[in-house]
Design a protein around this ligand. Structure first.
Ligand code: C2E
Ligand code: MG
Ligand code: MG
Length: 660
């Protein structure tokens, strides 16, 4: 069955993808902003350091250039004095000034670094200037009149060239410092604008990040809530499922603090749903289930819970109901709600439902107990055609002893305590053994051998009958295979219950066991009572047809004791009628029973069915049945049900069965 949640998937996917993209974009954006900020800071810091270095250098160059100029002026001044008066003291002062100028030039060159050979040139010019002064002093001494001209032409040009060079050096460093300062100011201005701007962008991205995070947290919470909802609800109808129903029922029971509270659990099983599903398809079946869900939902109060337990099984939990009468009233309303035809694509479909009710006041103090009791009541309602049935202990005969037995039975199946006895079926009028009927017994460790009548009816009202039948089938086929291997061709008959006919896996189980034990389908007979068939005739018909198609022989057991309508019998794919033992047992003494047996034999033959009489205890009955033309006989007169090994001795004592 399809779930409507699939349609929501693409949009959820798109939302997830866009959320993830936003988160990635916000993270990427933040990283970019931080990177840009870092680059800006580094660039500005480097520019600052450069500018500081440049300023420092230009200051040093300026200072030394001033000193060099001063020294040069002093040198010139003293040279002029020496020209007029070559005094020793002036000479010493001149030499000192020359050394100071040279030192200033060297310092200036060191501070400025070598630029276009200016440092070297300044020293050379200074050297030349000194040499020119010395030449001047010598020339004055020889020709005092030509000194002035000599000074103008040979000394002053060197002085001026050196002075220009020194000034140029200082000017250039000043200009470089200005440029550095300007660039520093520019990057600081940029930083001043960019920092708040980027901070703003970063803040927006952090905000976006927070929004994405919050949204994603909310989405995760919503997803978790949705997952929980899906785990607790049925995908098709959206109703709570079995788990949620159990949760709510447990909570409702807990509020009564162990005191039996006014709680009712209703189990609703649709009667002809499978037919709709099989003939019209699952789309129709799904539409019917959804319509039933809506109708049931509309019937109850907000505090009640309508749940779908699976397939065509629904439940209603009434946490506060006045009593059985009120629950019955609601059940009647639910049935009335389901009565109207459901229209699906122009087809009008009718559904009936059987409802079982269990009340918490003594009908089970836990959810499992209540569910089981509601199930028993529902099954009785279905079996007896009541529509609605309130659980009563009489339905179950759950005496503590029987309850204990039921609990034990679960274990007994696994422990292999169930044993099979086999009763032969003999072909009439001769007495060739045609087959055996497998009849289960419980070899109880404390209570000894328990007959089927003491536990089969109990098991039939619970799902336990399924593993039990499977166990008997498997053991019977295993024995049949063993006999076949030993050369005895026998059919083996196994009794099946109404619940097996409601079990969709039953046919597959049977075929799987036939394959497992390598027994041909023609060697297996299945016996089912009229009431098992009439519990849900349509479903029974469908399962029986599938079994007959496999090649299995089908018998109606205890025929005459139930209420199979002849109309139904006509359409059933059965092969045998097993006349109920009560008529056979009395036929010798009571002519009315004899008449009934004769009528059944005739009816069977007219419908092309084999007739089997069970419960033959004496020769007279055997003879009468033989006269009536009954086909097969079974009874204590021939042989009681026996364990396989004892039966083999019986086989040997009578004429051997037909060879393989
Ligand atoms: P049934 O299928 O009608 O089986 C025949 C019952 O009649 C058997 O009782 C058998 O022992 C008994 N019987 C046979 N011949 C005579 C006779 O001449 N006189 C008398 N008085 N009884 C005779 P059993 O074995 O106690 O089984 C009782 C019922 O339990 C069976 O009736 C069948 O309905 C059910 N049963 C037995 N085994 C299984 C099983 O494996 N699965 C299911 N679902 N039901 C089983
Ligand atoms: Mg039987
Ligand atoms: Mg019978």
């Amino acid at each position: 069955m399809r779930t409507p949640t699939r349609r929501a998937l693409p949009s959820r996917l798109t939302r997830d993808v866009s959320r993830r993209l936003s988160a990635h974009a916000a993270t990427g954006g933040l990283v970019v902003v931080l990177l840009v900020l870092t680059v800006f800071s580094v660039v500005t810091a480097v520019a600052n350091a450069d500018a500081a270095r440049e300023v420092e250098q230009s200051a040093a160059v300026a200072e030394w250039s001033d000193q060099a100029e001063e020294g040069l002026d002093r040198q010139e001044e003293l040279a002029d004095e020496l020209v007029l008066d070559p005094d020793q003291e002036v000479r010493s002062a001149y030499d000192a000034a020359t050394a100071a100028t040279r030192n200033a030039l060297v310092q200036m060159g060191t501070a400025a670094g070598e630029h276009e050979g200016r440092f070297a040139r300044s020293l050379v010019l200074h050297e030349r200037y000194g040499a020119a002064v010395e030449d001047l002093l010598a020339a004055v001494w020889l020709d005092p009149a030509g000194a002035e001209e000599y000074e103008d032409t040979l000394v002053d040009p060197h002085h001026e060239a050196l002075e220009t060079l020194v000034k140029e050096e200082a000017r250039q460093h000043l200009a470089a410092a200005d440029t550095a300062l300007e660039s520093m100011a520019r990057s600081q201005r940029l930083l001043l604008v960019a920092t708040p701007l980027l901070f703003g962008v970063g803040l927006v991205l952090v905000g976006l990040f927070a929004v994405v995070l919050t949204r994603s947290r909310r989405a995760t919470l919503a997803q978790a809530e949705e997952n929980r909802r899906q785990a607790l609800h049925d995908g098709l109808t959206g109703l709570p499922n079995r788990t949620l129903l159990a949760e709510r029922a447990t909570a409702a029971l807990a509020t009564t603090d162990g005191d039996p509270g006014p709680l009712a659990l209703m189990l609703i099983d649709l009667d002809r749903f499978k037919e709709i599903n099989d003939t019209l398809g699952h789309a129709y079946g799904d539409a019917v289930l959804r319509a039933v869900a809506t109708r049931l939902q509309d019937t109850v109060r907000a505090t009640d819970t309508v749940a779908r337990l699976g397939g065509d099984e629904f439940a209603i939990l009434l946490p506060a109901v006045a009593g059985a009468e009120a629950a019955l009233e609601l059940a009647a309303r639910a049935q009335a709600a389901m009565e109207g035809s459901i229209e699906v694509d122009g087809v009008f479909l009718d559904v009936d439902a059987s409802i079982g009710i269990a009340l918490a006041d003594g009908h089970g103090s836990d959810v499992d107990g209540l569910l089981q009791n509601a199930d028993i009541a529902m099954y009785v309602a279905k079996e007896r055609g009541l529509g609605v049935c309130v659980y009563d202990d009489a339905l179950n005969d759950h005496s503590p002893e029987r309850l204990g037995l039921l609990g034990d039975l679960r274990r007994a199946i696994d422990a292999g305590e169930l044993v099979l006895h086999f009763q032969p079926k003999v072909a009439m009028p001769g007495s060739a053994v045609s087959g055996v009927e497998a009849l289960v017994r419980w070899q109880h460790p404390q209570r000894g051998m328990i007959p089927p009548a003491s536990f089969i009816p109990l098991a039939e009202r619970t799902p336990l009958i399924r593993p039990l039948t499977r166990y008997v089938l498997s053991a019977a086929l295993e024995q049949c295979a063993r006999w076949r291997a030993a050369g005895r061709t026998l059919t083996v008959a196994v009794n099946i219950s109404a619940r097996n006919l409601l079990d969709e896996r039953f046919v597959d189980d049977v075929t799987e066991l036939l394959v497992r034990w390598q027994v041909p389908a023609g060697c297996l007979e299945l016996e089912l009572t009229e009431s098992a068939i009439m519990a849900d005739p349509d479903r029974a018909q469908e399962i029986l047809t599938r079994l007959a198609d496999v090649g299995i022989t089908l018998s109606i057991d205890d025929f005459g004791a139930g209420y199979t309508s002849l109309a139904h019998l006509k359409g059933l794919p059965v092969h045998q009628l097993k006349i109920d033992r009560t008529f056979v047992a009395e036929m010798a003494a009571d002519h009315r029973d004899a008449d009934i047996v004769r009528s059944i034999v005739e009816l069977g033959h007219n419908l092309g069915l084999t007739t089997v009489a069970e419960g033959i205890e004496d020769q007279v009955t055997w003879d009468r049945l033989s006269d009536l033309g009954c086909d097969v006989a079974q009874g204590y007169f021939m042989c009681r049900p026996l364990p396989a090994d004892q039966l083999e001795r019986w086989f040997d004592s009578v004429s051997a069965p037909a060879p393989a």
